[in-house]
Ligand binder design. Structure first.
Ligand SMILES: [Zn+2]
Length: 250
């Protein structure tokens, strides 16, 4: 891959190249993954690194938004196997089971959740990896009633339709809600010629494998009621209240 191809991937926020190379921004001394959603730097300010160590040795700091330090290609062998790792974390909404391929979070389920661990593969091992420490850090901030100032790299497994709905969920700001119908309208606007319904959206939302981090709890019914939640309606209300959202009582 030459530098022009790398720049192309960066300009398109192409996540296929995440972990294969890293992008340094000379003006800020921060390095990113190719797919980072932060503002695109100027081409002249960009240089490329092979791995995290190289970037750090050059005096660059890891971007807080895309967390390239968690996606070091020196550990790439973990990603190339089908292996998934799980770890349990205590929280105010009960014990959470978090799964990861070692670099990205593939699942976060609450106890008794519908579709619990449904997307997990066969090769699972319980292990406390560095990324789970980051998840704990994120959750500690979240459950203290604050909006975490960083995001974790995610890799939820699902159909292209589900993926696009989950992407939309990630765009609902902290402390705000939307409805299934609004998401359906947004989807149709973005995918010209494709049709969907509030019901199909509801189904995709319900199958979200990464609870809380992909904030499906911020989707409510059009009448303002919290409606369903795969993790249980009481937990959804708890999360909404935690974010300072006033919801109607059932
Ligand atoms: Zn970044």
């Amino acid at each position: 891959m030459n530098n022009e191809q790398k720049w192309q991937a960066v300009a398109e926020h192409d996540d296929q190249y995440d972990g294969l190379f890293f992008v340094g921004v000379k003006s800020t001394k921060i390095f990113c993954q190719p797919s980072c959603k932060s503002k695109l730097p100027l081409r002249k300010n960009v240089l490329f690194f092979e791995n995290v160590t190289q970037a750090k040795e050059a005096g660059y700091r890891s971007c807080k938004r895309c967390r390239p330090d968690l996606l070091d290609n020196q550990h790439k062998e973990i990603v190339e196997t089908e292996m998934e790792y799980i770890h349990k974390i205590k929280s105010p909404v009960g014990i959470l089971t978090v799964s990861s391929n070692g670099q990205r979070i593939s699942g976060l389920w609450m106890e008794g959740q519908k579709y619990f661990a449904k997307t997990l593969g066969k090769d699972i091992s319980e292990r406390n990896l560095p990324i789970f420490k980051e998840v704990r850090k994120w959750l500690d901030i979240y459950f203290s009633g604050k909006e975490p100032d960083f995001m974790l790299p995610l890799i939820p497994k699902g159909s292209p339709f589900q993926q696009s709905i989950w992407d939309r969920l990630c765009k609902i700001p902290y402390g705000q809600t939307t409805t299934y119908g609004e998401i359906a309208i947004q989807f149709e606007l973005e995918h010209k010629g494709k049709h969907t319904s509030a019901r199909a959206v509801g189904n995709a939302v319900g199958h979200n494998p990464v609870s809380i981090l992909i904030p499906c709890h911020r989707v409510i019914g059009k009448n303002g009621y919290p409606t369903g939640y795969a993790g249980g309606i009481d937990k959804k209300i708890k999360l909404l209240k935690l974010e300072g959202i006033n919801i109607k009582n059932l």
